[in-house]
Design a protein around this ligand. Structure first.
Ligand SMILES: C[S@@+](CC[C@H](N)C(=O)[O-])C[C@H]1O[C@@H](n2cnc3c(N)ncnc32)[C@H](O)[C@@H]1O
Length: 547
């Protein structure tokens, strides 16, 4: 280890929901770390004695040895020798294009569009020589091998601009891409990661996570933006007649699927929807039921005032509203033939717990103690909890909702509860949204439903809706799509956030934009990726109350 080290002059910091990230603006490395390690990096400043600094931080990171961190940080050029020429070091690296670029080519010039997180959309114009350099970034050659072909200042200047966290169009790699193409698991994660979160300064407070219980009443202010940008649902992407649904919408396909299962009575149908978002599912369920000669009484329970307002605008007199929390709202019992809860149970409160809280061994053995389980949630007694990881989440809010749905259903009625989740995987916390959200353990929901005397089974949403698995859909991230949308707006094309197939996208931009000159457009199998979602990971609990 060098006797003295200083902090690189090319570091950017970001923070999101309690986590802190370092972005190395010369390489595009991304590292998540705790705020106290960020403070240590700051302390290296313009150069300090390495051993003294390690000694000072000894014991400050719990059991972790600061020497290990210093080691990793210096091998990633976050800490460097005081007189090191940081730019000269770049020549040994291989420039590899990042994964979520948005660009447009006009003759011999390329324009890059970036829209990281909430930052303003920006364009970066490459001149013809820079465009030629961009085209030469094949992911195979080290910069030093390109040195003789291009003006050196221009080459290194462009690399620095493209790698910087403001742009994130390029990464520098130790190894050529072909090394990893055959062994994708060896590719370092930063090569395909991007940083969309807000900037942060070390030694300042880290923005905390928004609490799960206050989010929907207070935080959602712009309803359309919520679904178009912040939290897109599968039903939102499929709110237009979609080729993968034989040109039906999500709501249409849902009614068809339930009708085919004999779950919808003739005559008048009483529907309750819980958490209706922008009201598109409601709009299409009502229309499909009416189109099949039925009449509809549609009631919506909605917690977020901004979303209730959007629903009222969309549905007018076609629905009634019960505004408030579905876990406490007064909803008539035994009064609904159909209950729909689409992609909302993941928003409900859950408890983070330790195995020992319910009488299990930390080592992974033991049987849950029913008395302890009942004390946490009487409904959880119906669930097999013995295989809980450490720590684990118990979706107590979702359990309560399933039990309440059981009471609201009329005899013979059916409920559909969809969400992102799996049959037997324990809930995982995702933090990429602006609020914490859990994946759903559908096995538990099924056990709770059965405990409430419902007949319950679990289906893949894409199978329930009869999605054509062979079709291909556009793969995006939020920032990628925001940049693409800005690019399109520039030529007066409105790109609504729908689940684009190539044909849908071509149709939308027809006459205004030649997609051959626009990238990166990746189309994956719809079941694996549609925009930012992974459709095969959505499941449905279909529960029927015996007649
Ligand atoms: C992720 S959105 C899904 C919206 C819509 N069903 C869809 O498929 O697009 C969750 C919806 O549930 C609502 N919601 C969340 N928690 C709720 C609660 N406790 N009671 C009632 N509605 C709730 C939200 O306001 C929002 O309308």
């Amino acid at each position: 280890m060098p006797a003295r080290l200083r902090r690189s002059r090319h570091l950017s910091w970001f923070a999101h929901m309690g986590a802190v990230y370092l972005f190395h603006d010369l390489y595009g490395y991304l590292m998540e770390m705790s705020p106290d390690i960020a403070s240590m990096i700051e302390a290296f400043d313009d150069g300090v004695d390495t051993e003294e600094t390690i000694k000072y931080y000894d014991g400050k990171f719990g059991d972790a040895d600061p020497r290990r961190f210093v080691d990793v940080l210096s091998s990633h050029a976050v800490l460097v020798e005081p007189n090191e020429d940081e730019i000269e070091a770049l020549w040994a690296f291989v420039p590899i294009k990042a994964k979520w670029n948005v660009w447009q080519r006009r003759e011999d010039r390329l324009t890059l569009w970036t829209a990281w997180g909430e930052n303003p959309v920006q364009q970066l114009f490459l001149d013809p020589e820079e465009t030629a350099i961009w085209d030469a970034f094949t992911g195979e050659k080290r910069l030093i091998e390109m040195r003789h072909h291009y003006d050196n200042d221009k080459l290194i200047g462009l690399v620095r601009k493209l790698v910087h966290s403001d742009v994130q169009a390029l990464k520098l790699s130790m190894m050529p891409w072909s090394m990893y193409a055959k062994r994708p698991s060896l590719a370092p994660a930063y090569l395909s990661s991007t940083m969309p979160y807000p900037r942060w300064q070390p030694n300042t407070p880290v923005p905390p996570a928004v609490a799960l219980d206050t989010y929907h009443t207070q935080t959602i202010s712009n309803a359309d933006d919520q679904f178009d940008h912040t939290e897109t649902t599968l039903s939102h992407l499929l709110r237009v007649p979609h080729p993968a649904l034989a040109n039906r919408t999500y709501g249409h396909a849902l009614v068809d699927a339930l009708a085919a299962r004999g779950a919808i009575p003739e005559g008048n149908v009483r529907v309750l929807e819980i958490g209706a978002g922008l009201g598109y599912v409601a709009r299409d369920v009502i229309a499909r039921l009416r189109a099949t000669g039925r009449t509809v009484d549609y009631t919506i329970v909605e917690l977020a005032p901004a979303l209730a307002a959007a629903q009222k605008q969309r549905l007018g007199a076609d629905a009634k509203w019960i505004e408030g929390d579905a876990l406490t709202a007064a909803v008539p019992a035994g009064a609904f033939d159909l209950v729909i809860s689409n992609e909302m149970v993941g928003d409900l409160p859950a408890k983070q717990m330790s195995r020992v809280d319910i009488g299990l061994e930390l080592a992974g053995t033991g049987t849950a103690d029913p008395v302890k389980v009942r004390a946490v949630s009487p409904l959880a007694e119906a669930c097999n909890l013995d295989d809980a990881p450490e720590p684990f989440y118990l979706q107590t809010g979702a359990f309560e909702l399933v039990a309440r749905i059981g009471k609201w259903l009329a005899p013979g009625g059916t409920a559909v509860v969809t969400e992102f989740g799996d049959t037997s995987a324990w809930p995982k916390l995702s933090t990429h949204l602006d609020h914490p959200e859990l994946s759903t353990h559908f096995g538990h929901l099924q056990q709770v439903a059965r405990g409430e005397s419902l007949e319950a089974k679990i289906e893949f949403v894409i199978d329930l809706l009869d999605v054509d698995r062979t079709q291909q859909g556009l793969a995006t991230t939020r920032s990628h799509f925001r940049a693409l949308r800005a690019l399109a707006a520039h030529v007066d094309v409105d790109l609504p956030k729908i689940g684009y197939t190539r044909e849908l996208l071509e149709h939308t931009v027809a006459g205004k934009l030649d997609l051959n000159n626009v990238g990166d457009l990746r189309f994956d199998r719809i079941e694996d990726r549609l925009m930012g979602l992974v459709p095969h990971e959505f499941k449905a609990l279909v529960a029927k109350k015996p007649s």
